[in-house]
Design a binder for this molecule. Sequence first.
Ligand SMILES: [Zn+2]
Length: 483
Amino acid sequence: MRARTLPVLAAAGVTGLAWPATADAHAIGTVTYQSPVPVWLYVLAGAAAVAASVPAAALADVRIGSRLGGNLYRPGSGRLTRGLQIVALLLLVEIVFAGLFGSEEFASNPATVLVWVDLWVGLGLVAAVFGPVWDLVNPLRLLGDLIDRASPEPPLVYPERLGQWPAVAQLAAFGWMELAWPGGSHPFDLAVVVVAYLLVQVAGMALFGSAVWLERAELFTAFGRLMARVSPFEWYAAVDGPCPAELHEPGEVVGCAACWRDADPGERGIRWRGFTAGTWRDLPLLPGGAAMVVLLLSVVLFDGFAETTQFTDLAQWTHRHWTSLPDTGLRTLMMAGFILPLAAVFAAVAAAVGSRGAGFHDAVSRYAPTLMPIVAVYFAAHYLLYLVSYGQLTWKVIVDPLERDWVPDLGIWTGYPAGMAWAFQVTVIVLGHVCAIFAAHRIALGIVSRRRAAVWVQAPLIVLMIAYTVLGLWILGQAYAGG
Ligand SMILES: [Zn+2]
């Protein structure tokens, strides 16, 4: 994201790292670090580690990841949840107000800092670790409850086949705002988008009912739910009546936050679950859910790629050949040129896997969740340092939204060793891909019971996951090597 390059550049300049800053501007989007071993060796070792996990996964059987822990949830009065929603609503008001009337600087305005750093990155990481917490703090729930009370019978029925496609469209727009549109880093423009977003959400909740709408057409609910699939915590509830979000039949349900919220406190819980279990124990994906997973993966990868020298070279080359193309158009074109082939490759792999099973659509909805560990580790590897650095601005922009210098400017602390950050990134990326291989094998075992046959069924997917390991490590390595 261009928005963060400049201040991080400044921050990286004062870190006093052991390695001199050899990189040019784009590469310092993260932290500069000259690895003692060439990047291709890391890439090769990572791919080999992931490939080596295939026989291990093949030896595992259906019991893998099936162990569940005891209930960790202690019922409260519900006042804490309401309180958090009210705080979130106040922050939303602050975002709009300060965005419209406050500073023009990315790092000094709550609109840009709270939306990009805390909401997008913070929510993703918190959901991946703890589960669907967004459902408890989402300020739109507060408005949704008011709307539902005013009109208990929504006037329209949500078209089932539309599924999560509205959320997919919002993710595409959000990714474009982050990576191609300069307005995304301008507080004023961002505040206007937030107001439009809120109007769409309120209209949707009024027309279709809040639970049904938020689940399918509120970007952050859908995003948080997907990230929660990799969480080691399982949110479960026993429900007698119909699901308020119309997602499943009555009974015990895993991963339906709408039911969890509505369930009697004695009828719901949070427990540890086996590793990668969320990829196959949570509710099946809605129509469009698989597209959401693939788009999310592509957006995060493209964000990393946009910080490499190869990207800059390609952009300059394209610019020379289409001199009339404006910068936003160029980045949009490059984004589409990156995302569409990734989506096409996943579709081809799903078709190949489906041809040995129950067809393309079945393979897509069954195996797309196995990409979520991969999405989550890229997300963590790519954004963690960003959250650690920029997250420090959070309290300042909240307390001093109009930049009246009510609080001292302490700058951003970036004293973490870059070598450790790089080691963390390589480790989580390899672990995430190994998890994905195990998850895919567990799901294949649900279709064919023989272990060797299961490996054969998902072979194209295994190749794809190893390719993702190579691509992800290579992109991260470029940012660190500094071109
Ligand atoms: Zn439900």
